[in-house]
Ligand binder design. Structure first.
Ligand code: SF4
Length: 436
């Protein structure tokens, strides 16, 4: 069966393209054209129906939430609650990244629990299984690795972060560079580099890239080129090893797209604000505008407990300069496995970040809601204010817990409410500016 990219190349508009176009208020022909060019992707799987989500050029920036057990904490019910919480708070995609417990069972239960497209990192399970079987992850065989990818595709995963861009040349760049302030911070990337060094062999995901693509194509799954050497410290941003991996990932994105597989490129971990724009320009130019999935980025290293905020600052800037999908960060980042509440806070913070980024990426359409909110606020129309709030229930709850004496005001200024004062002084229709 033809993949969605192959159908797009033949000029066919599929129901998923129609659905994305309707949600994003763009023409279906535009979505088709961009999918054919590899600039928009829709994470899919032939064996599992998920909500159609478009990621890429000209569309709203999306938010991914990652959940999953660790080797220390395995509570499947908690992970299901986190998955549902992420969906409830507005995440566009979910990544199931478990490394503890019965990994097949967790993945299948999460896939059954949500309608979101679900992604994962197959290297995690592959190395876990090798560790459990041989007590040594470096004994992972190529067949185990490819079988694992196929099994996860067959379960219904819609996008896979696969570390194809780490090869021996990239590792050599890392060694020659001679420093890494933050070391390696990608679990999959570190383990794969360890495997390559222990076995003195090329990364099979790079060497047999065709085989990776063939498996994903069979299920029409998006290949998200993992960022195994991403910076875990702002002083490592743009270091040569990371840029080398990005070059390879952009090259592979083009090759995979020509083979008929939807491709996405993953990007940096920690990046100072002044380097975000350049990072995105580099990725977009080198990949011919493949969708860019940015992990954060965290704009500083010194905010444990508040990394969701540092990451949101980086994410707003990333969305503004052209990132297409942002991975949320929770308050537990660098500290512990996130709780359900951490997931809720993480998703909402990232949603705010991409909303602000899109206000600047799409200056016309991105600011319409703000204009409506301004008028509702000016008119003390509380119901409308709630309806334009990104998180209506939270806004209502705060107001309801502190009811004002005059229902047109709030308890912040009470009888000195400036909105009420200015309406009395000028009448709303005399306030300078266009009428709404
Ligand atoms: S009371 Fe103050 S904070 Fe509340 S609506 Fe009026 S001006 Fe705004």
């Amino acid at each position: 069966m033809a993949t969605i990219i192959e159908q797009a190349c033949k000029g066919r508009i599929t129901p998923e393209m129609e659905a994305v176009a309707q949600k994003e208020q763009v023409e279906a022909a535009y979505v088709r054209e961009m999918i054919a060019a590899g600039k928009i992707i829709i994470p899919l799987n032939t064996v599992r129906k998920s909500s159609p989500v478009g990621i890429g050029k000209g569309l709203a920036t999306k938010v991914n939430a990652s959940i999953g057990t660790s080797s220390d904490i395995v509570d499947i019910d908690a992970e299901i609650r986190k998955a549902r919480a992420a969906e409830d708070c507005g995440a566009d995609t979910l990544m199931e990244l478990s490394v503890g417990g019965d990994l097949d069972r967790i993945r299948r239960e999460v896939l059954a629990a949500v309608k979101l497209p679900v992604g994962n990192v197959p290297l995690y399970q592959a190395f876990c299984e090798a560790s459990r079987k041989y007590k040594d992850p470096n004994k992972l065989s190529e067949e185990m690795l490819f079988d694992c990818i196929e099994k996860q595709c067959a379960d219904g995963i819609s996008f896979m972060a696969i570390h194809c861009g780490i090869n021996l040349y990239t590792v050599e760049r890392l060694k020659k560079q001679g420093y890494r302030y933050g070391g390696l911070v990608s679990k999959g990337g570190t383990t794969m580099v360890g495997w390559m060094l222990a076995n003195k062999r090329e990364n099979p995901l790079y060497e047999k890239f065709d085989r990776v693509v063939a498996i994903l194509k069979k299920y029409d799954v998006v290949l998200s080129l993992g960022n195994g050497l991403r910076a875990g410290a702002i002083h490592d941003s743009f270091d040569r090893a990371q840029v080398q991996e990005l070059i390879l990932n952009c090259e592979l994105a083009e090759i995979g797209r020509k083979m008929g597989c939807q491709m996405m490129v993953e990007g940096p971990g920690h990046v100072p604000l002044d380097e975000i724009e350049a990072n995105i320009i580099l990725q977009k130019r080198m990949s011919n505008e493949a969708p860019y999935y940015m992990l954060g980025p965290l704009a500083t290293d010194v905010t444990p407990g508040y990394d969701h905020i540092s990451s949101a600052i980086g994410a707003a800037s990333s969305a503004r300069y052209g990132a297409d999908l942002i991975c949320y960060i929770t308050p537990a980042e660098h500290l512990a496995l996130p709780t359900e509440e951490d997931v809720r806070v993480g998703v909402k913070t990232a949603k705010i970040a991409v909303y602000i980024g899109d206000m600047n990426k799409y200056k016309e359409s991105g600011r319409v809601r703000d204009k409506k909110m301004s008028k509702a606020r000016r008119d003390s129309d509380w119901e409308k204010q709630f309806s334009y709030a990104l998180f209506e229930d939270d806004a209502r709850e705060i107001r309801n817990t502190r009811q004002p004496n005059n229902e047109r005001t709030c308890t912040m200024c009470g009888e000195f409410c400036a909105n009420e004062g200015s309406s009395r002084l000028f009448k709303n229709d005399l306030i300078p500016g266009e009428k709404l």
